[in-house]
Ligand binder design. Structure first.
Ligand code: PLP
Length: 412
């Protein structure tokens, strides 16, 4: 399981958390991957402080001018004629619900396809459409009748036992079969994470998304990219949809959009999909002014000239360092990632997933090295995730990997 700690943290500075005895911990995973700009980015902090002094909240009936500024900025970067948006959520889970409701209303169809190992949130509905059924245990309402789950493009452990390059994309073929035999025949949408984050930092092979888009077009299925983890510069582009040329019809965002951990979410869509009435999907705190200000000021930072190029450069450095670790330690089956979104697949002697060792690495990193890491599937998986804030310095990247190296040496 994940690290349990008695530490009382009282301050956050850059990518460091500081406890009440003054000990600094290096956060290698930016909170829960949401601190895109670290704990206290000065621009975001000052804009929020200013907003709190003026006006913290008013009904979402009046926030439209503020929301539109954020949406306009996001849309500038959005692919595939995405030119409208919705900001009445504060979490990724309900943003995904919003997107699937839109798809259902627009297509007048019911079913939602998603990938094994996907994570789309923790409301009962979002749990139900996610591809990690263990989280439904004891929660019968999280079994979503219209959810259809299909194999993930997990090349390292290919569900069809192919090796990279000679697979004929059987995982895409399998989706046609699922539409034919596992769906009701009335499919509204498919929701995918460009990189399966919680499932283990799984990156689909080149060519996968092109085939997926073609399949969605053949069956008139709306393609939703859940960019709650990958969005807002995490992969070195504003959206991973751009990096992988996914051509989605909708994009959902949360986490990194709040910059320093302020909860905020957004759904971006082509204008034909802007079909919801306000009363069909709104929350009291959705589009509150603190969230909207956090999003606006975060986007100002991320879109500064050179910012995303720096993320790409730092991503390459991190990738090189982690690949070196993978050469050194047989416990690392694979280091995979892009930008500042990396995972180490931890394996046993027979290359089997080693969850115990994975959790030992995360725990020892915290206790022995004061390095904060996380593991996949909320501690039930075998991937150690390394995803520092986008503002991390190159020296901090080296420090993270050096501390991880010491932990791996002790666990090994
Ligand atoms: C890809 C993805 N989608 C959706 C969610 C849910 O977001 P939230 O926790 O803000 O509801 C998460 C959270 O981990 C996520 O990783």
């Amino acid at each position: 399981m994940q690290t349990l700690t008695n530490n009382r943290f009282i301050a956050g500075k850059g990518i460091k958390l500081i406890d009440d005895s003054g000990v600094e911990y290096l956060d290698g995973v930016s909170g829960t991957f949401n601190l895109s700009l670290g704990y206290n980015h000065p621009h975001v902090v000052s804009k929020i402080q200013e907003q709190v002094g003026n006006l913290t909240h008013m009904s979402s009936s009046f926030t439209e001018p503020y929301v539109n500024e954020v949406l306009d900025h996001l849309i500038e970067y959005a692919p595939n004629d995405i030119n409208a948006g919705w900001m009445r959520d504060i979490t990724g889970s309900t943003a995904n619900e919003c997107a699937t409701k839109i798809a259902q209303k627009y297509t007048e169809s019911t079913d939602i396809i998603s990938l094994y190992l996907s994570h789309h949130g923790q409301t009962q509905f979002a749990t139900g459409i996610s591809g990690n059924a263990f989280r439904r245990k004891r929660f019968p309402n999280s079994a979503v009748a219209n959810a259809v789950h299909v194999p993930a493009p997990y090349c390292y452990r290919c569900p069809f036992k192919s090796s990279n390059g000679d697979c004929d994309y059987q995982c895409v073929e399998a989706i046609s079969d699922a539409i034919e035999y596992a769906s009701s025949g009335s499919v509204a949408c498919m929701i995918i994470e460009p990189i399966l984050g919680n499932g283990g930092n799984i990156i689909p092979p080149a060519g996968y998304f092109k085939r997926l888009r073609k399949l969605c077009d053949e069956y008139n299925i709306i393609l939703i990219a859940d960019e709650v983890q990958t969005g807002i510069g995490r992969t070195g582009t504003m959206f991973a949809s751009e990096l992988f040329d996914i051509q989605p019809d909708m994009i959902t965002l949360a986490k990194g959009l709040g910059g320093i951990g302020v909860p905020v979410a957004a759904v971006l869509m082509q204008s034909r999909l802007n079909v919801l009435e306000k009363h069909e999907h709104s929350f009291t705190s959705g589009s509150n002014l603190i969230s909207v200000t956090a999003a606006k000021s975060t986007l100002e930072v991320v879109s500064e000239p050179g910012f995303l190029d720096a993320v790409k450069r730092k991503g390459e450095i991190l990738g090189e360092l982690l690949h070196e670790l993978a050469m050194k330690y047989p416990s690392i089956g694979e280091a995979r990632g892009v930008g500042l979104m990396w995972g180490l697949e931890i394996v046993g002697d027979g290359n089997e997933p080693d969850t115990l060792k994975t959790n030992a690495i995360v725990d020892r990193a915290f206790t022995d090295e004061h390095l904060i890491l996380r593991s996949s599937r909320y501690g039930f998986g075998n991937v150690v995730k390394v995803r520092p804030s986008l503002t991390t310095t190159e020296d901090e990247l080296v420090e993270i990997v050096e501390r991880l190296d010491s932990v791996l040496a002790s666990v090994h």
